[in-house]
Design a protein around this ligand. Structure first.
Ligand SMILES: Nc1ncnc2c1ncn2[C@@H]1O[C@H](COP(=O)(O)OP(=O)(O)OP(=O)(O)O)[C@@H](O)[C@H]1O
Length: 540
């Protein structure tokens, strides 16, 4: 541990990472310490700050490299130049010897290699920072790949994470760095990293994704061989597609690249909205194409270590946000952010809408094919951060995936028009979700809960109505003279009215039986009062 600490200290000094800190904002003791340190004698050199940080992370090994890679996607937290440089981080880790791989497999599976496989290639097919992949053949003759977690990774990871936390804690004492929430970011990273170490999780994600796209012409997911899968070893059907980044090979096969690019977008939206389960590590290394029929190309996805899903509410808000963007209704975007709780409820919607307009208008001015969805979301998150938006890890994951999909799609077909591919999908989804079928589905899902809450229903309905009333009044307070805002509020009011009516009807339907029993035992003045009360509730 001490040795590792010394090494880290040396790497930080050699690359003069101290110059990344805003000296004037540091506490006096740290400033003095840095000023007295012999570190200042090392020349900074001509390299940019981003480049120095990248080189330092590369020198520190896989855990730090992966951390840098994750940070590079957090453009909501990092300056552009550093994020760009971190994107270039490569994890070129030398493979571990085949014998070690075999020993690990035998130990995990508790059987000899010959018992498990008919053939096993000791030379790895691929090697990365966390795992190594070997080709093998099962006794059934089926070709598979065996993914094996690096033998020493647990120890290195525990050590490095402990050190990272120390650095994070130190950074959070510096006011300027505290804004970046270093400890939280490190905690997020740790969770992702531990997830990647657990191949059971990856295997389970893969199975789920496969089920979601069963028999789909859009996406193929290889099968997991569960009897030979453990926490540190995973056996999976071998695929033989063309890497999606190899556009030359795809062209040579006469692949319909436009269709392929559009299918990428469709898969993304299907995963996010239909299945609420999306592959969140969609970099080109994990995507292949089955070109058996070049006019009908099918994606193949591997490495489902990182997946994302949104809450139903976030899913809803996201769809409405995107549609509001299509219609350039910034006030609606702002209102949705407040309604969803993504930004504080005291945010002034009109100010927020103006800020979003400033960011988005220049982007949306461009021809459709040049608009980046991912950039729009990024711009939005950056704006929202100024309005104290809490960082939403799932949304950041989604935005990163969207950027990947977009980048990939445009590489395949530069004229890809993401908006028109996505818009009908979103509109259809919203209609289904808001329509009778959606309402019925949602009622069915909530039936057990509702039946438990039935006796409390009148109280709950009353609370919901009061809350709506309160929100409505609050919004009115925010009204200024802008006509657009008034229109918006009217729309909102109508929507709330419909919702309230719906709520009352649902409450009545569910409580119908006890209500009729109760009504039979009452005198007519009591009944008349109850009917009048209900009428008031609807009319008000
Ligand atoms: N089912 C498979 N069939 C054929 N090749 C595979 C399969 N799974 C993985 N590979 C090969 O192994 C490489 C690494 O696999 P994978 O992405 O799962 O590992 P990883 O350690 O998570 O890598 P990284 O995190 O860098 O993406 C792939 O790029 C691919 O070349």
């Amino acid at each position: 541990m001490i040795l590792r600490l010394l090494r880290i200290g040396w790497v930080i000094s050699r690359h003069r990472l101290d110059t990344l800190l805003p000296l004037e904002r540091l506490p006096w003791w740290l400033r003095t310490l840095l000023w007295l340190s012999p570190l200042r004698l090392i020349p900074v050199g001509k390299r940019s700050r981003g480049e120095r940080l990248r080189l330092a992370l590369e020198a520190l090994g896989p855990i730090f490299i992966k951390f840098g890679q994750m940070l590079s996607t957090r453009r909501d937290l990092l300056p552009e130049d550093i994020a760009d440089e971190l994107k270039r981080l490569q994890d070129q880790v030398p493979p571990f010897p085949g014998d070690k791989a075999v020993a690990r497999v035998e130990k995990e599976l508790e059987m000899t290699l010959a018992q498990a496989f008919a053939e096993f290639d000791r030379a790895p097919l691929a090697s990365a920072s966390i795992a190594q992949v070997h080709a093998a053949v099962l006794h059934s003759g089926e070709q598979v790949v065996v993914k094996i977690i690096r033998p020493d990774i647990d120890r290195v990871m525990r050590q490095d994470m402990a050190l990272m936390y120390q650095v994070g804690k130190l950074l959070s004492k510096v006011p300027e760095a505290r804004r970046l929430r270093p400890v939280e970011v490190i905690r997020d990273y740790e969770a992702t990293l531990f997830d990647e170490l657990d191949l059971y999780k990856e295997a389970a994600n893969t199975s789920q994704l496969k089920r979601n796209f069963k028999d789909s012409p859009l996406l193929f997911v290889p099968t997991i061989h569960w009897p030979l899968t453990r926490r540190r070893v995973m056996v999976q059907e071998r695929i033989h597609g063309i890497p999606v980044a190899d556009t030359a090979a795809l062209r040579a096969r006469g692949t319909n690249l436009k269709k392929l690019a559009e299918r990428g977008v469709e898969i993304f939206f299907t995963q996010v909205f239909r299945d609420n389960f999306f592959h969140a590590d969609m970099h080109p290394g994990n995507i292949f194409v089955n070109c058996d029929d070049p006019e009908d190309p099918q994606y193949i996805a591997i490495d489902c270590g990182i997946v994302g899903s949104l809450t139903r509410e976030d899913q809803d808000y996201l769809a409405r946000n995107l549609l509001a963007f299509f219609h350039q209704d910034y006030y609606e975007v702002a209102a949705l952010h407040i309604e969803s709780g993504w930004v504080g409820e005291n945010t002034r919607a009109n100010e927020f809408a103006a800020a979003i307009r400033t960011v988005c208008e220049p982007i949306l001015e461009k021809p459709l094919k040049d608009i980046s969805f991912g950039q729009v979301l990024l711009g939005l998150f950056q704006t929202a951060r100024r309005f104290n938006m809490e960082v939403q890890p799932q949304l950041v994951l989604l935005q990163k995936t969207l950027l990947n999909i977009e980048g990939l799609g445009r590489q395949l077909h530069p004229d890809l028009d993401l908006w028109s591919t996505a818009k009908p999908y979103l509109e259809r989804w919203m209609k289904e979700r808001a329509g009778v079928v959606g309402l019925w589905e949602s009622l069915k899902r909530q039936a057990p809960e509702l039946s438990q809450q039935l006796p409390e229903l009148p109280v709950l309905a009353h609370q919901a109505l009061s809350r709506m009333e309160h929100e409505h009044r609050q919004r009115h307070q925010q009204v200024d003279s802008l006509d657009g805002i008034r229109c918006h509020l009217q729309r909102q009011h109508k929507r709330q009215y419909r919702l309230r009516l719906g709520l009352i009807l649902v409450a009545l339907a569910l409580a119908w039986q006890p209500l009729t029993q109760w009504a039979l035992t009452q005198d007519w003045p009591v009944l008349a009062a109850a009917v009048a009360g209900l009428a008031l509730l609807v009319w008000h």
